[in-house]
Design a protein around this ligand. Sequence first.
Ligand code: PLP
Length: 451
Amino acid sequence: MQLGQIKKGLQVVKRDKQSIGQAMRLAYYPVVAVRAEGSKVWDKDGNEYIDFLGGAAALPIGHRHPAVVRAIHEQTDRLIHHPPLYGYHELAVELAEKLNQLPPGVYPRKTIYQLAGAAAMDLTIKLVRVGTRRPKIITFLKGYYGALYGALSLSAFSTVQRRYLGPFLPEIYHVPFADCYRCFFKQQYPDCGLACLDYLKTVLRHLVPPEEVAAIITEPVGSDGGYIFPPAEWLKGLQEICQENDMLLALDEIQTGCGRCGSWFLSEQYGLIPDLVAFGKGFSAGVPLSGVIGRASVMDELKPPSAIGTGIANPIVCAVALAVMEVIQKENLIEQCKKMGSYLKKRFEEMKKDHPLIGDVRGKGMLIGVDLVKDQKTREPARLEASKVCWRSGELGLILTTLGESVLRVCPAYNLSQEEADRALGIIDNSLSDVEKGKIPDKVVASLSPW
Ligand SMILES: Cc1ncc(COP(=O)(O)O)c(C=O)c1O
């Protein structure tokens, strides 16, 4: 398929550029969606795509699951808006009761809702500060927490995203994440003895007094940084530092939560007991819902009205989230996610043998990254090539994007069918070959703005 076949779509893209500030965009192959179902999307020109982006990891049960559509219709007929900032509705309570059961560890919890992942991270900053009466926060290079000012103060992935926007929130200290494929210290795990953890301890010895640190805030997987899976030992090490120094451990599970890595929250698999867990994305199938589930004693320190917002915990959104959780349970989708995720990962590992572009394949469940490199030895990110692979995949009928510098992002719905999986894998295989053979000219991706 050639770009000429997305004629009507390109007219929309042109109007978009004229009418919408492009700062809200990461531009890849231009799919102008008009309809979607399950793992399929159709564009304005009638082209069909398999969706490997899954609404940016926000569609665990796919597009327009009948249970979600029903929940929206039924709730629309009853009550659309009654802001919990002034009143009550039972759906918000029922949802919080369920969410409070999900993170690992047995202790009393409460939930505070927000609208976007970034807002949940802003709230996390408030909670750790007020909950400890300490100002300082430790977080990590290559992390991404969202684009609001608080979340962006934590984020340290893209300098373009931060450029000219400072000053950011003070007292936030960034140290290296445990990125074992591109180690900050050019070492090899496990021989490194976790040099990154030692570095953090050095910072706490010489620069940042631990008794002034409210929390370590981290993602359990460096998500937008490139699906970077740290060793379990590193995460446990962070927890130990928190316990020894009365700091809180606050996890951003916005992308890894809702079963995506094979358990409701990934922290469970590492034996972590976080004090606060931020959630978003998957729990609400594309409608705006996020929040923080946390230790009741910490949540109660934030006094009303410190976390209010007109549209927060909207009844329709809560009804959707309850439907999503029910579908995942009834259809046993976390198991399916693990099974299909293992299959996809295995197929990518096999592809690595034929494609010099593939440097590394990382993943758990349906959160898989295929790291493209210019050279398998130097591991230099193949940025341009990754954009071209996404572009070619778009032409062949697959919505594919990157994260990190050159990592193909695979985060489809858990109920992706075998046929869809195989078709998508075939498209990626062909796209990699076409890019390796130099069939995609630089100019086709020149005007794009990937991560
Ligand atoms: C780990 C993580 N935290 C926070 C965010 C921000 O979420 P939102 O885009 O809903 O503000 C994202 C979004 O990609 C994310 O992946």
